[in-house]
Each structure stands twice: as structure tokens, then as C-alpha cells.
Design a protein around this ligand. Structure first.
Ligand code: CDP
Length: 219
């Protein structure tokens, strides 16, 4: 059983992915964390993305232990922004593609996997058994992310979080390689007026056959 979840920044993909995996006894991979890890590595190595060669990026990623325990910096707005920049580079996506597919097809507990990201249903796992696409109004997503960052001790204004989210979505949707897009067979959920439990219930209901596929209209 392979489930693909895609969606905009701070739309609730991660929470849904984690809870869905737990309920179904599947393994979970937050693919955004991989791109964030590359963004952090780029920062720590002082690599200039403007003129970094494919070779440099490939070596950096090959040497990166993606299973290590990352600190809270990985979830910071700065690293989110860097993740979205490195995610637009073809070499970075190529280097991470097989790792994501390998996790899905050989999950640690052998039962199946839930992956969340931007291109899971469209590029990484086009044959996934079920696909979800989550979106919500930008100000609602920014409110959720602002609370999350504040709780983590980041001193940041709401307006900055909103601007970051809009900029990142725009870059993710408009990049030439593997842009953020809803697969045509994805089930669309607008989480603007739904809490995490409600979104989970809708997805479980859909997997039980209680819903017809609904084309994504949110983008
Ligand atoms: O948690 P949030 O929705 O803010 O972002 P994330 O899932 O941690 O992803 C960070 C960035 O990685 C995104 O803005 C994308 O640019 C990139 N990403 C991607 O391009 N493809 C994926 N499958 C996952 C993330």
C-alpha cells in the first residue's frame, strides 16, 4: 500500500501523513525534510547556489546522512526558503528521487508507505494506490505556520510568514522540473475550515470507498 500526499506549504500534509501512516500501520516519509536537509547542508558548506556545479551538489547529497536526527533549525523559515531554492535544481531532484522510491517500495516495516511532498503523486510515485492533494487559504496556512514557528522560539512576524509561504508556493508551482501540481487522479481536500482530525477522517473515509475522486480545483 503506497499513499502519496502533495500540497502547498503548511497545508497540513505532514500531520496528515504522520497520522494516516500511524492509523494504517504504514511507514512515513516527509520528503520536504530531505530538501530541507539539502538546504541546511548547502548553508553549512557555504555553497553558492548561483554557481554550484552539478558535481558539487551531487557529492554534497551523496555524503549527506539523511537518516540523522536533525535539530529544530531544519524547520526554520530560513531553511524552508533554502529548501525551496535547492528543490528547483534538477541535480538535487535527481539525487533524491531514487531514495524516495526506494523508501516507498521497501518500507522499513514492509507493509507500505505514506510519502508527502510536492511531486509525489505526479513524479515520484505516479502509480501510488491513493493520492491526496491538500490546500488551504494562504492566510490560514500562514497562521498555522506562524504558531508553529513561535512555539519553536523563532521571532518572526505574521506578515513575514505569509510572504514566505506565498513566495515559496509560487516558486514551487512555477519551476520547470517537477512543479507542485495535483495529479489528475488525486483526491482534493481544502483544509481551510477543517482541523487535523477532520482531514484524517475524510481521508480514511475516502480510502474506505466512501468518496468519489474529486479533481483538484484549489490551484
Ligand atoms: O512543511 P512545508 O509545507 O512548509 O514544506 P516542506 O514540505 O518541508 O518542503 C520544503 C520545500 O521543499 C518546499 O517548499 C519545496 O520547495 C520542496 N519540496 C519539493 O520540492 N518536493 C517535495 N517532494 C518536497 C518538498
Amino acid at each position: 500500500m503506497i499513499i502519496a500526499i502533495d500540497g502547498t506549504a503548511a497545508s497540513g500534509k505532514g500531520t496528515l501523513g504522520r497520522t494516516l501512516a500511524m492509523r494504517l500501520g504504514l511507514d512515513y516519509l516527509d520528503t520536504g525534510q530531505l530538501y530541507r536537509a539539502v538546504g541546511l547542508a548547502v548553508k553549512l558548506a557555504g555553497v553558492n547556489l548561483e554557481d554550484a556545479s552539478d558535481e558539487t551538489l551531487k557529492t554534497l547529497i551523496d555524503q549527506l546522512d539523511l537518516c540523522q536526527k536533525f535539530g529544530p533549525e531544519l524547520r526554520s523559515s530560513e531553511i524552508g526558503e533554502l529548501a525551496s531554492k535547492v528543490a528547483a535544481i534538477a541535480q538535487v531532484r535527481t539525487s533524491l528521487l531514487e531514495r524516495q522510491r526506494d523508501f516507498a517500495h521497501n518500507p522499513p516495516h514492509g507493509k507500505g508507505a505514506v510519502l508527502d511532498g510536492r511531486d509525489i503523486g505526479s513524479v515520484v510515485l505516479p502509480d501510488a494506490d491513493a493520492k491526496f492533494f491538500i490546500d488551504a487559504a494562504a492566510d490560514i496556512r500562514a497562521t498555522r505556520r506562524h504558531l508553529e514557528l513561535k512555539a519553536r522560539g523563532e521571532d518572526i512576524e505574521f506578515s513575514e510568514v505569509l510572504a514566505d509561504i506565498i513566495k515559496r508556493d509560487c516558486r514551487d508551482k512555477n519551476r520547470t522540473i517537477a512543479p507542485l501540481i495535483a495529479a489528475s487522479d488525486a483526491f482534493f481536500i481544502d483544509s481551510s475550515d477543517k482541523n487535523a482530525d477532520e482531514v484524517l477522517a475524510i481521508c480514511l473515509d475516502y480510502l474506505d470507498g466512501g468518496h468519489e475522486p474529486q479533481a483538484a480545483t484549489g490551484l
